[in-house]
Ligand binder design. Structure first.
Ligand code: MRU
Length: 319
């Protein structure tokens, strides 16, 4: 399975998700600023993968920080990483975890602090894979045998430290011997479904068909889809779910057609400080993502655009 993000002796190595599936290229982030840039530009994306990368970014920053100015540099490292993307709460969860450890290490020798930071980032990575395996084990029994699973965006190994959340459920169902195939929404405008989910499932030999986002209703009505499984970027206290824009529409269409709609997510995606999904900050991304496809204009020049990267599915639609 693909190594999405890894801690190595030379820095944090990530597969460049802006280039997949055309080019399989790995980038090495040697500084926390390079990790922040990679998160902002979506070289690495997907809520848990963003969290793991941020934890590694903090560790990298502390490794290279001036011991004489550590507290102030630590603050800058954390605030820079926190300012990269606003919606996926796993980012803030991971930074808070590193902050708690840093506070607990106060007054200890710099080498001990550095070693502890690196060990914590590696623990976040390892735990994420174990959590995804557990999500898969919980979710697999819910997947109807002999049917198609519909998913939106990419909530796979590429969006996590490995195995995936929504795709983890699908992988676990396949491992359990279920005969299923997958429909992947293409997920305009960034095309995570077309570029990443299809690529990832093909690598594993899991049968997958690509559909455009506007075909989901047609297939949900057809009786072929046994369930929908998606990931999440932030889940409010009442169970409202922020996920890739378009998820809400799929959820409503699933309910209309009596197809179960499941959300697969780790505890680090829960934000119990927010009463409902109305309070979840929604990232607005550049207009060019909508007006262009791979740099080729698909709308008249000067076209005005709105480009929210996420939407919120009310809890009542989540099975
Ligand atoms: O903008 P992205 O690609 O980071 O958005 C990703 C999603 O919306 C995923 O569905 C979500 O992060 C869950 S990933 C396990």
């Amino acid at each position: 399975m693909v190594e999405t993000v890894q801690w190595t002796g030379s820095g944090v190595v990530m597969i460049d998700q802006t280039k997949l599936p055309r080019v399989e290229e790995f980038v090495t982030c040697a500084t926390y600023l390079e990790v922040a840039h990679a998160i902002r530009t979506m070289v690495v994306r997907g809520a848990p993968a963003i969290g793991v990368s941020a934890a590694m970014g903090v560790a990298l920053g502390v490794l290279k920080a001036d011991p004489g100015n550590l507290d102030s540099e630590f603050e800058t490292i954390c605030s820079t990483l926190a300012a990269t993307r606003p919606t996926a709460v796993n980012l803030f969860w991971a930074i808070d975890r590193m902050k708690r450890l840093y506070a607990a290490m106060k007054g200890r020798p710099i080498e001990e602090i550095r070693a502890a930071m690196v060990a914590e980032a590696q623990a976040v990575y390892r735990e994420d894979i174990a959590i995804n395996r557990a999500i898969g084990a919980f979710g697999a029994p819910l997947v109807p045998d002999g049917k198609t699973v519909l998913t939106h965006c990419n909530a796979g190994a590429l969006a996590t430290a490995g195995f995936g959340t929504a795709l983890g459920v699908i992988r676990a169902a396949v491992e359990a011997g279920k005969k299923i195939d997958v429909f992947s929404d293409e997920t305009r405008p960034f095309l995570q479904g077309a570029r990443l989910t299809v690529w990832e499932l093909q690598q594993d030999g899991i049968p997958v068909k690509l559909i455009t986002d506007n075909m989901a209703g047609h297939f949900l009505k057809s009786g072929r889809i046994g369930c929908v499984v998606v990931g999440a970027d932030r889940i409010a206290r009442n169970g409202d779910v922020a996920n890739k824009v378009g998820t809400y529409g799929v959820a409503v269409l699933a309910r209309e057609n009596n197809v179960p709609f499941y959300v697969a997510a780790p505890i680090s995606t829960l934000d119990l400080t927010l009463a409902s999904g109305d309070e979840i900050p929604i990232e607005e991304r550049p207009a060019s993502e909508v007006t262009e496809v791979f740099g080729v204009p698909v709308a008249p020049s000067g076209t005005e655009v709105e480009n929210p990267a996420f939407d919120v599915t009310p809890n009542r639609y989540v099975t």
